[in-house]
Design a protein around this ligand. Structure first.
Ligand SMILES: NC(=O)c1ccc[n+]([C@@H]2O[C@H](COP(=O)([O-])OP(=O)(O)OC[C@H]3O[C@@H](n4cnc5c(N)ncnc54)[C@H](OP(=O)(O)O)[C@@H]3O)[C@@H](O)[C@H]2O)c1
Length: 429
């Protein structure tokens, strides 16, 4: 117990920054070690913008980089966002100045985590990012600390609340993606520019960080295979349900004999599976360890309160002096990230094939699938009003992705088939 008062500089006073300032104003002595954390200086884009907390007594910096380098703070908290620009420059400046850094910025850590870890470790200061993955759910601490005695084979989950909300609402209300997205924007669940969320990139950042922690390598966002939810149709949500599945945006990372596979796809989860039942804006994650078996965590992945609580937990760790490598090993000793060739991954898939209502269509499709080595697990043919053809829907047995893509290209060319078959993966959970 040192009973020290830590002078905290916070860059970014939006949703998370506002939540953190409020929390530290109410509970500066929250940390178990007896130290206090007091915000003394802040930075944001606009000094005059009304804030949810009073910042009049705090030192104001127009430039977050100047705040990060200020000798009047002991700890720098970055809540600006963005993989590059002022967030990255400010974090680098603080680390170079030997200051501990806490950030909620998944884009920054997923895209520049290894170089920032090297910088932090060279200066002997912590770089913490609990809030970057799953907001209030302590996913990073579980992976980095609690499971360090296990070997993780895979992680898979719902890591973007906006997409989960949109998919849940589409199913509940029978409305299109575009309609529900507009509502999510009005409710504040989705950004004015929703690309990071609905394009799957936000989930891709988070799963890249979890993959690094799970497999002891550096984050490699560029190697992630990413598909968002903007092409998910109501028709597929309904047909998947008839087959016993719910469509979720599933982010997964798994270790295979050929390397690491990091993926984000709209995927089918069995209706009775906990991932299928995590509705609304919830986040949920399965972790599969060799010794511990399966762990499931679920909770709020965003919002001022939960995310600020995760940032505060990191501040507490800094104050208690907990020292460990930023990822699972010192930056110079992280394993190389060997990305698996996606075509070599094996899994079950959902195919929706729109056909003309004519005899022989099913036979031709079955024959093509058999020729490509794709076998069928379940099958549904159901006329759907206004669907522009008859949908034939099937779920395959586990198949190499290359066989599936070959089958899709060949089925698309059949006379009875109206358009390229729609492929969705069945989540491996
Ligand atoms: N929102 C969540 O629930 C959540 C959850 C987990 C992680 N995160 C992460 O937390 C970080 C912050 O997210 P947020 O939702 O709080 O963002 P936000 O509400 O958009 O707030 C961003 C803040 O950064 C400031 N800012 C932007 N550009 C700046 C610049 N060039 N110089 C100085 N300040 C600048 C803004 O200033 P003004 O206020 O003056 O415009 C604003 O205060 C992001 O990395 C995000 O991914 C957020």
């Amino acid at each position: 117990m040192t009973n020290k008062t830590w002078r905290v500089g916070v860059a970014g006073l939006g949703t998370v920054g506002g939540g953190l300032l409020q929390f530290l104003a109410d509970r500066p002595d929250f940390a178990p070690a007896g130290d206090r954390a007091v915000v003394t200086a802040v930075s944001a884009r606009s000094k005059s913008r009304p804030r949810t907390v009073d910042i009049s007594g705090l030192t104001w910096f127009d430039d977050p980089v100047a705040l990060a380098g200020s000798s009047d703070i002991d700890l720098f908290v970055e809540l600006v966002g963005g993989s590059d620009g002022p967030a990255k420059a400010a974090v680098e400046t603080a680390l170079k100045a030997g200051k501990p850094v806490v950030t909620a910025n998944k884009a920054l850590i997923a895209e520049h985590g290894a170089e920032l870890a090297a910088l932090a470790e060279a200066r002997g200061v912590p770089l913490m990012f609990e809030a970057a993955v799953m907001g209030g759910v302590p996913a990073v601490k579980i992976m980095r600390e609690a499971l360090v005695g296990d070997d993780i084979d895979s992680v898979a989950g719902i890591l973007n609340g906006t997409c989960n909300f949109i998919l849940s609402e589409m199913e509940k209300t029978g409305r299109s993606f575009a309609d529900v997205l507009r509502e999510a924007q009005a409710l504040g669940y989705a950004e004015a520019d929703p690309t990071m969320d609905v394009g799957g990139f936000d989930a891709g950042h988070k799963i890249s960080i979890l993959a690094a922690l799970a497999f002891g390598c550096a984050p490699n966002f560029a190697a992630a295979e990413i598909e968002g939810i903007s092409n998910v149709e109501l028709l597929d949500i309904k047909l998947a349900k008839d087959l016993g599945y719910r469509i979720k945006l599933v982010a997964s990372a798994s270790r295979t004999d050929h390397g690491v596979a990091v993926k984000v796809h709209p995927s089918l989860a069995p209706l009775d599976h906990p991932l299928a039942q995590a509705g609304g804006a919830l986040n949920a994650l399965f972790i599969e360890g060799r010794r511990v078996g399966r762990i499931f965590v679920q909770g709020p992945g965003a919002g001022a309160g939960p995310t600020a609580a995760a940032v505060a937990a990191d501040i507490a760790d800094v104050m208690t002096g907990a020292v460990r490598p930023v990822f699972q090993a010192p930056a110079g000793e992280l394993k190389p990230f060997i990305a698996v060739d996606p075509s070599r991954t094996v899994g079950k898939a959902y195919l929706r094939i729109m056909v003309r209502d004519e005899p022989g269509a099913i036979a031709a499709i079955s024959e093509t699938l058999a020729e490509c080595g794709v076998s069928i697990d379940s099958f549904l043919q159901k006329p759907v009003e206004g669907a522009g053809g008859v949908p034939i829907v099937l779920v395959t047995h586990a198949t190499p992705e290359s066989n599936l893509l070959d089958a899709i290209s060949r089925i698309e060319k059949l006379h009875a088939v109206l358009e390229r078959p729609r492929l969705l993966r069945v989540a491996r959970i």
